[in-house]
Design a protein around this ligand. Sequence first.
Ligand SMILES: Cc1ncc(COP(=O)(O)O)c(C=O)c1O
Length: 413
Amino acid sequence: MSNKLPDDVSPETFALHGGYDPARSEGALKPPVFQTSTFVATTAEEMARCFEQAYGLDGQPPRAPDELIYSRVVNPNLQITEERWARFEGAEAAALFASGMAAISTTLLTLLRPGDTVMYSTPVYGGTDYFMEHVLPAFKIKTVSFPVTLSAERIYAKWINMDPRPKVIYLESPANPTLELADLGGMAGAFQGPEGRPLIVVDGTVLGPVFMKPLALGADLVLHSATKSIGGHSDLIAGIVAGPAYLVGQIKAMRTIMGPICDPQTAWLIARSLEDYKVRVEAAQHKALKVARFLQEHDAVHRLYYPGMHPSRDQGERFQQMCSGHGSLMSFRVRGGQEAAYRVLNALRVIKLAVSLGGTESLAEHPRTHTHSDIPLAAQDKMGITPDLIRLSVGLEDADDLIDDLDQALELI
Ligand SMILES: Cc1ncc(COP(=O)(O)O)c(C=O)c1O
């Protein structure tokens, strides 16, 4: 598509005008929703050429065809949103999915084959943990975990001694729900040997590219649950992967065959959300910082997990090196164990008891028995998912209202 937008505009400007030419849609300022399953071809020959490209029948890898043919392959709303998102990530290309889990599973099934190994940091979101522990092994793909706090040198030492060496290292950073940062910034330096290196895939859902840019730090691919701050309004489910065109192209080819593509209406909603993405995440962070400072000082709270406020020196250094902001997700441990945590959750009046994060409404939950409950308790203990842990996603309510709400709930402990 062509419009008069200069090439070098910033992601925020591109999110409003990029990837869309009003002249091709009756001058509509906003892109229409292309609510269509299929597209009319100009000629039978042209359509045959597109299928050759989609299936790789022309001797090249399967790829997105030159023309639109069918909405499981691609649709204009996806093209617009993917182009706009790629600009935020500083990536060549992006691919939208029907959910974050669809993005994660399709990406890993594109990169791995039976007999391969993937190393992954823990903790990770419960669904990802289930995929690593139960689904990939059923396809004869070995999965080996390590704590997210491990240094890049120690990850390398594990990797180099494995036979076969893991093809992919998967990092969720910051980790959900302990908000600890992986040593992504150290990976390029640690993996410099002649043995080559694995592909590094990062789930960057928690901070997003406004506060951390995994690709600039050396990751090969970055993915997100777009259900969270990208959609941002708790009204859709989607996922997105970004990275170099050659890898994203392979993932799109798998997406065409497996079918977990995002629908046009959801892609349109995400494009709408990208218009104020940066403003929203910065505003939520501003409120979250006030809430975090309140929790840190409260007698009933004995530990706060929030990027940039971690007591360990290592985590502090990683934050300084890799992040430009704290984001709006935090977890905290209350005195009195699970019973006290439940009492707080049940007493909240403004903050809603719901799983998910990154939306305009503040949400809280109990990772041990809710989002991460499939992980065996002994493993949860090791990961820091303790019975007294509450996860809180701060939205756009007035920060003082949120603090008052937490204060009255914590009074009950
Ligand atoms: C860090 C992270 N990654 C991935 C997912 C999965 O995303 P979705 O629910 O959109 O499939 C979640 C969901 O909570 C998450 O928190």
